[in-house]
Design a protein around this ligand. Structure first.
Ligand code: HGY
Ligand code: MN
Ligand code: MN
Length: 416
């Protein structure tokens, strides 16, 4: 079969998606393959087996990024990398990250079966901890050489579970992540297929998003400290109630975005923890995460400054103190215009309904962008839902996106 005739097998892709969805699935229907948990490691073992069955040469680096390589005619040429992640947020859907990895696997299977040999090696990578359980994007940041001993030592999840301990429990040496850095000279380009996780494509009834830029984000862990006290005997004016600091701040978010942000700015308080956490005690301590995004780094900096000022004003007003830890700062990036043009051309040739767009979600591609040119292919999310079991993409849209990905690989690796 000529390399230009083959298309992906949506049946094989469906079989893989359904099998992997069962690894880490809970009774609530959500998937719980958080980074370096037994379920995540089981998912990687399953994927490694699938990569080998597909005839790929598998390997894992020090950050436990899992690779499957299709050998090219000239291995000395820079490698073409495709990938995403199979770790998930808690109670996740079955497609976020996973669809990109399994689409990549199906594309490499099809290319292998066609018997054609690519010019350069093509490497499929499932990156570790894209969802930022430990703050950043540990796997792709290790790949890009952005991890230091301090990152490894300080990283912990919102419950305080340290990255070092978690990796060791999974049988890994966290320091090996410092060896995962790749030589940029050896990487030619990176492509990632991903669900949009927003409503743009589904609302417009389009099948493919050709991503031009990926939003930046910063994540802080903020703590207000006041005074724990009796819920019955402490008069309201005499309280130093740490939770009220969060309540005031939450109400200020629209103003902060209106005054300092843009129409693509986002701010989310995703987790709150009160101490001592009993119903009849005024909270003495209140910690919360804040996730702030924009495609313009100048705006991100302005939002960070406005948030700091607001936290200080609330602390003064309420007789509290506050502290914050920057868990991650991920730069916004532009995708490579040449790659974007190729994906757009192929989408037109394949007669799929597509648009150029910006990603509101963060992705490994924006970390890998510090190493090589990157581009992303989006497929629609039904009702824009994601990070929940309601996450879904229609099979024909998955097939359309996967065939755009396959044709893009052919263009880059075979000149087809
Ligand atoms: O948070 C994000 O945007 C991605 O899902 N990790
Ligand atoms: Mn993702
Ligand atoms: Mn995600």
């Amino acid at each position: 079969m000529k390399v230009t005739e083959s298309t992906i097998s949506i049946q094989r892709l469906e079989d893989d998606l359904r099998e992997l969805a069962e690894i880490g699935r809970a009774d609530d229907g959500g998937v719980y393959r958080m980074a370096f948990t037994p379920a995540d490691m089981q998912g990687k073992e399953w994927l490694e087996r699938k990569m080998r069955e597909a005839g790929l040469e598998t390997s894992r680096d020090g950050a436990c990024n899992l690779s499957g390589r299709l050998a090219g005619r000239s291995p000395e040429k820079p490698t073409l990398v495709i990938g995403s992640h199979i770790d998930t947020v808690p109670c996740a859907g079955i497609l976020d990250g996973t669809l990109g990895v399994l689409t990549g696997l199906e594309c490499l299977r099809v290319l292998k079966e066609s018997g054609a040999v690519p010019k350069q090696d093509i490497e499929l990578i499932a990156f570790s901890d894209e969802e930022g359980r430990f703050g950043g994007m540990f796997g792709s940041q290790s790949f890009a050489g952005q991890i230091t001993p301090d990152t490894i030592h300080r990283a912990a999840d919102p419950t305080g579970q340290r990255l070092e301990d978690t990796m060791r429990e999974a049988g890994l040496d966290p320091w090996e992540a410092l060896r995962a850095r790749r030589d940029p000279e050896r990487i030619g380009a990176y492509l990632e297929l991903h669900i949009e996780q927003g409503p743009v494509l589904s609302t417009a009834n389009e099948q493919v998003g050709v991503v031009e830029a990926i939003t930046g984000l910063f994540k802080w862990n903020v703590t207000f400290s006041g005074e724990p006290n009796h819920a019955g005997t402490t008069p309201m004016p005499m309280r130093r109630d740490a939770f009220m600091g969060i309540a005031d701040f939450a109400h200020e978010i629209p103003r902060i975005l209106d005054e300092n942000g843009s129409e693509v700015s986002r701010a989310t308080i995703g987790r709150v923890e009160l101490t001592p956490g009993s119903a009849n005690t005024v909270p003495g301590e209140a910690s919360f995460t804040i996730d702030v995004r924009d495609t313009d780094e100048t705006v991100m900096n302005e939002l960070a400054g406005a948030i700091r000022k607001t936290l200080a004003a609330i602390a003064r007003r309420r007789g509290l103190t506050f502290s914050y830890q920057v868990d991650s700062w991920i730069h916004p990036v532009d995708c490579d215009p040449g790659l974007v043009g190729i994906i757009e051309e192929i989408s037109r040739e394949q007669d799929v309904r597509f648009r150029r767009m910006v990603s509101g979600a963060a992705h490994d591609a924006q970390i890998v962008a510090s190493v090589c040119p990157v581009a992303m292919v989006f497929v629609p999310s039904v009702e824009g839902k994601s990070h929940s079991p309601a996450e879904w993409t229609a099979w024909d849209d998955i097939e359309a996106g996967a065939n755009v990905m396959l044709a893009t690989l052919r263009r880059l690796a075979f000149g087809a």
